[in-house]
Design a binder for this molecule. Structure first.
Ligand code: ZN
Length: 290
C-alpha cells in the first residue's frame, strides 16, 4: 500500500521536476518500474520513517562512520624561520652554534620588503595558515615557535624540536633577501653528512613535491637568480644538516623584489602557499593530493 502511494508520489515528483537538473536521474524508468512492482526497492528514502511495516529492515542500518581524515595519525613539523624578537637581542642570536659541519650563528633577523614587512612576520603568518590547513586534514602539527614576538630558538634547537617530535615530514619556511631584480622561489635540500643520511632520499622526493605544488598551485615562479629549476642543495644550514626527519627549506620568494613582495605580503597569497604546501605534504605522505 505504502509502496504504491510512494510510486505515485515519485511519478508526480518526476513530472514536477522535469526541466531541472535532477530530472534525468529521477526519471529513470527502471527505478520507477521497480518501485511500482515492489521488488525490494530501497524505498526508505520515499516512505516516511516509522511507517514502514515491512520486516525487510528489522534493525536500522548503522550510520556509516566518516572516512578518516587524509593526514590522521601523521605528524608534520613546521619551522617558521627567524622570530620577531630577534631584532632586540643580537647577543643571543649571534652566539655561535655547531651546525653539523661548521659554526654558524644561532639565528639571524631575516630579511624584509622595501615597505618593512619582515620575513619573520611572513614566515609566521604562512606557518599559521599551514598549521590550520594541516590540522583540518587530520595531522598533528609541531611548530618550532609559537609567536612572532620572542627571540630564537637557535637553529640547532629548531632542528631538535622536529627530530624529537618524530615528524613524518617537515618544512622550514623562509623568504629570501636576494637582488631586487630577482624573482621566484627556491627549495633548499639537504646534503648527506651523517646525522641526516637516512632522510636524504625522502627529503629530495618531498622537495620535488613542493616544487610541483608551487608551480601548479601558486603564481610564484621558480627563482631566476638562485638554484636551478627552483631547487638547490645546501650543506651549511643546521636545519638541513641536523635533521633526522624528511625536510626541506623553502625560500618562498624574494622580499626585495617589488613583485614578489606584493605577493608575499598578501594574506590571500599566503593562504595559496599554505594550500600548496598541504597538497605537497599529502602527496608525499599518502600519494594523493587530497
Ligand atoms: Zn630566512
Amino acid at each position: 500500500m505504502h509502496r504504491k502511494l510512494a510510486a505515485a508520489a515519485l511519478v508526480l515528483a518526476v513530472a514536477l521536476m522535469s526541466g531541472c537538473g535532477a530530472a534525468a536521474r529521477a526519471a529513470d524508468p527502471a527505478a520507477a518500474a521497480s518501485d511500482a512492482a515492489g521488488a525490494g526497492v530501497a524505498s526508505g528514502a520515499v516512505v516516511p520513517a516509522g511507517s514502514q511495516s515491512s520486516p525487510a529492515s528489522p534493525t536500522a542500518a548503522p550510520s556509516p562512520s566518516p572516512p578518516p581524515l587524509p593526514l590522521a595519525g601523521r605528524v608534520v613539523g613546521i619551522d617558521p624561520g627567524h622570530n620577531g624578537g630577534n631584532f632586540s637581542d643580537p647577543g643571543y642570536i649571534n652566539q655561535l652554534i655547531w651546525n653539523g659541519r661548521e659554526s654558524e650563528t644561532c639565528d639571524t633577523t631575516g630579511t624584509e620588503t622595501a615597505s618593512g614587512f619582515t620575513e619573520a612576520s611572513f614566515n609566521f603568518d604562512l606557518a599559521s595558515d599551514l598549521r590550520a590547513d594541516l590540522i583540518a586534514a587530520g595531522a598533528k602539527v609541531v611548530m618550532t615557535r609559537q609567536d612572532n614576538t620572542s627571540v630564537g630558538p637557535c637553529v640547532t634547537t629548531r632542528a631538535q624540536i622536529l627530530n624529537n617530535a618524530h615528524a613524518d615530514v617537515a618544512i622550514d619556511i623562509h623568504a629570501d633577501g636576494g637582488p631586487a631584480w630577482g624573482r621566484g622561489f627556491t627549495v633548499l635540500e639537504p646534503v648527506a653528512d651523517g646525522p641526516n643520511d637516512a632522510v636524504i632520499s625522502p627529503s629530495l622526493q618531498f622537495g620535488a613535491d613542493v616544487r610541483t605544488a608551487m608551480l601548479g598551485s601558486t603564481s610564484m615562479p621558480e627563482s631566476n637568480y638562485y638554484g636551478t629549476d627552483g631547487l638547490i642543495t645546501r650543506d651549511d644550514l643546521a636545519g638541513l644538516n641536523l635533521t633526522t626527519v624528511p625536510k626541506v627549506l623553502i625560500e618562498c620568494g624574494n622580499m626585495p623584489n617589488s613583485t614578489d613582495a606584493g605577493l608575499l605580503a598578501s594574506p590571500a597569497f599566503q593562504q595559496q602557499l599554505a594550500r600548496a604546501f598541504t597538497a605537497a605534504i599529502m602527496v608525499f605522505l599518502t600519494g594523493k593530493a587530497g
